[in-house]
Structures are given as C-alpha cells and as structure tokens.
Design a protein around this ligand. Structure first.
Ligand SMILES: CC(C)(COP(=O)(O)OP(=O)(O)OC[C@H]1O[C@@H](n2cnc3c(N)ncnc32)[C@H](O)[C@@H]1OP(=O)(O)O)[C@@H](O)C(=O)NCCC(=O)NCCS
Length: 182
C-alpha cells in the first residue's frame, strides 16, 4: 500500500531502509516512552517483521517520507498480543524529532484511517503509556475517543515498569465519517 498526502508519502518499508530505521529506533528522545532504545539487531528484526506482515495484510507500518527523506513510520497494524480489547487494529506513529511539531503524524494517520475504513474495518484503536502526552494529542486531533475504563497494563511490560499503565483511544467507521476529517 502507498498513501500520498499533501506533504507525505507513506510506502512499504524496504530492506534498504534498515540504517535509517535503526537510527530512529536508537534515538533516546524518540524512545523516551519505551522501555529502551533498540539495538541494530533488534531494529533489523522488527523491520523484517514489518516487511513480512505486508504479505498477508493490506496495511502495516509504513515508511514515512517528507520532501523525499525518511522521517519515521506511520501506519495501522493488527495487535499481536492479547488484551481485553483484542483482536483489534491499531494506528501508530514514530517520527524523528527534527520533524515534530509540523502535524506530520496527524496528517499521515488520517490517511491511514481513511484507508483502514475503506478496507472495511469497523474500528481502529490507538494506545500509549499514560505519560506519552504528545502521542495522546495526536489521537485527540484524529477525533479518537478516550474512556478511562479502557486503561490497561501492557502485557509485554514487567509489572514494576513505570510505563506499565496504558491508555486506549478508539474510533469507529461511523465516527470517522461523521467527523468530516476522513
Ligand atoms: C508522537 C509523535 C509522533 C507526535 O509528534 P507531533 O509532531 O507532536 O505530532 P503531529 O505530527 O501531529 O504534530 C502536531 C503538532 O504540530 C503542530 N502543527 C504545526 N503545523 C501543523 C499542521 N499543519 N497540522 C497539524 N499540526 C501542526 C500542532 O500544533 C501540534 O503541536 P502541539 O502538540 O504542540 O499543539 C512524536 O512525538 C514521536 O514520534 N514521538 C516518539 C515516538 C512515540 O512516542 N510514538 C508514539 C508511541 S505510542
């Protein structure tokens, strides 16, 4: 899948994105709400999984380019672990700090939500740790709904992790179409 917005190209990742993807994942500012930065080996493994996912799915994490340069990823992907709200598809984003504050995450995610609902999904969720307010602001700008009853402990984090508690935002097709942003 390739999505084009006013300022962005969202395209499938390729093997030759590995170095730029690893630099994104090794940046402590980018990863400040994650348990750790990723080593080159772990980043390469993640990239291989992202590329493999395209085989069976119309969507996935997409490489984002602005002015022809790699700026991170935006996309939708099925959640691969069990929680009270799965099975579900999430929308997510991770961009290099030099492009924060320009609306790129919101612009790219809008295109992904349009595509997700056009492909027949009924609902898309987004999640992040309670401390990650920049990411929650993207969810709010997209018109996603927060219900404190949906807060959950992330199953892949240890119980003592300060990042354990997560918020969940949701949007369904009717809400997306009614919002007029789609
Ligand atoms: C989460 C993340 C993508 C948010 O980036 P961001 O730049 O704040 O979000 P957007 O791209 O939507 O930009 C919105 C900001 O740009 C501003 N902006 C400027 N021009 C804009 C435009 N044309 N359209 C919309 N917003 C614009 C908005 O006012 C807003 O700033 P504010 O939050 O201070 O009000 C970024 O912080 C990030 O990559 N973090 C690291 C990875 C991460 O935590 N990912 C999420 C894990 S769940």
């Amino acid at each position: 899948m390739k999505l084009i917005t006013d300022r962005l190209v969202l395209r499938h990742f390729r093997a030759d994105d590995a170095a730029a993807f690893a630099a994104l994942n090794a940046d402590p500012t980018v990863m400040r709400y994650f348990p750790s930065t990723l080593t080159r080996e772990v980043s390469d493994g993640f990239l291989a999984k992202i590329i493999d996912y395209y085989k069976d799915h119309p969507d996935g994490w997409l490489a984002a380019e602005a002015e022809g340069a790699f700026i991170g990823f935006i996309g939708t992907s099925e959640i691969g672990y069990e929680t009270p709200f799965t099975p579900a598809t999430e929308v997510g984003w991770r961009l290099i700090p030099s492009v924060w504050g320009k609306g790129y995450a919101t612009e790219g995610a809008r295109a992904c939500l349009d595509a997700a609902f056009a492909h027949g999904l009924d609902q898309v969720v987004a999640m992040t740790t309670v401390q990650n307010t920049p990411s929650q602001r993207v969810m709010q700008r997209l018109g996603m709904r927060y219900d404190p009853m949906d807060d959950f402990d992330h199953p892949s984090l240890p119980p003592e992790s300060p990042l354990l508690r997560h918020v969940l935002y949701r949007i369904n097709r009717e809400e997306w179409l009614a919002s007029g942003t789609g």
